[in-house]
Ligand binder design. Structure first.
Ligand code: PLP
Length: 279
């Protein structure tokens, strides 16, 4: 089954989809995106993702072309064409095609792209063993709460992680942990889950929100506050959350072993609650 693309209201095979070189997404990174995944063919937390898409659009004064009902319809049609059990739905909305000028164009309509591709989950072994991470300077702009396609800071951090042979880059601004290059970072300290607060320094992850809710349900205290890098090193547990990562234990940061060197009990509890929730 080929991967599916959708461009401005039309479905077509992924390898036939094109957009203009004058698109502002290409020229300026002037656009927003969302990644939604399915479990057994059913998209997970669509409303939360579409709410975040709306919010990103509003913050950038970008026209959101479709209502939630219309988006849900396009997503459903795409999934029926793709037929994947586990699919990754990537939505991108840019400020459209216009002659190159930094200021907003007067008459351009948004460009809307969606792709539906098979999701290859992480191996069970990786989940059981946990992953390693390395910290790096958070070079991103001042509005990391907007899910913008402008991802250079994340790209450079991720490349650094790859070169260092670790799974994820943990971003640090002014000595404080913000988030991962494509994940939120959470730690367990004295039995409580601690993670950076929502605000301009992090993307408010859909998975983060659900996992914090699961923790509260389990009676685990949750504190949304910034952590220093040292307090991350000495945390009992560290884990990442994200749409494709789900709940993933981190067992080493900058070569320092976290806790016992295995995903800890609270990480494992939350990962198993996640599995129960998503089937
Ligand atoms: N933080 C960043 C920078 C991300 O890119 C992502 C996911 O792409 C996340 C956090 C996790 O967000 P979500 O749980 O909504 O996938």
């Amino acid at each position: 089954m080929p991967d599916i693309a959708f461009v401005n209201g039309h479905f077509l095979p992924w390898n036939e989809a094109t957009i203009s070189i004058d698109d502002r997404g290409f020229q300026f990174g002037d656009g927003i995106y969302e990644v939604i995944r399915t479990y057994r063919g059913i998209p997970f937390e669509v409303k939360a993702h579409l709410n975040r898409l709306d919010r990103s659009a509003k913050e950038l004064q970008l026209a959101q072309p479709y209502s939630h009902v219309q988006w849900a319809e396009w997503i459903q049609q795409g999934l029926e064409r793709g037929c994947y059990q586990n699919a990754k739905i990537y939505i991108q909305v840019t400020r459209g095609v216009a002659l190159r000028d930094h200021a907003f164009p007067e008459d351009a309509g948004p460009t809307v792209v969606m792709t539906i591709r098979e999701l290859h989950p992480l191996s069970l072994q990786t989940r059981q063993d946990g992953v390693s991470a390395a910290t790096c300077e958070d070079l991103r702009w001042g509005r990391c709460d907007i899910k913008s396609v402008n991802l250079l800071g994340n790209v450079l951090a991720r490349e650094g992680a790859k070169k260092a042979g670790v799974f994820e880059a943990i971003l640090v601004r002014d000595g404080l942990v913000t988030e991962g290059s494509l994940s939120n970072v959470l730690a367990v300290q004295s039995g409580a889950v601690v993670t950076a607060p929502e605000g301009p320094r992090i993307l408010s992850g859909v998975t983060r929100t659900v996992v914090l809710g699961l923790a509260k349900k389990e009676g685990i205290p949750v504190y949304e506050r910034f952590m220093s890098v040292d307090s991350l090193y000495t945390a009992d547990e560290v884990f990442l959350t994200g749409t494709t990562l789900e709940v993933l234990g981190v067992v080493q940061v900058d070569g320092k072993t976290i806790g016992s060197g295995r995903p800890g009990p609270i990480t494992r509890t939350l990962a198993s609650r996640w599995t129960l929730l998503t089937g």
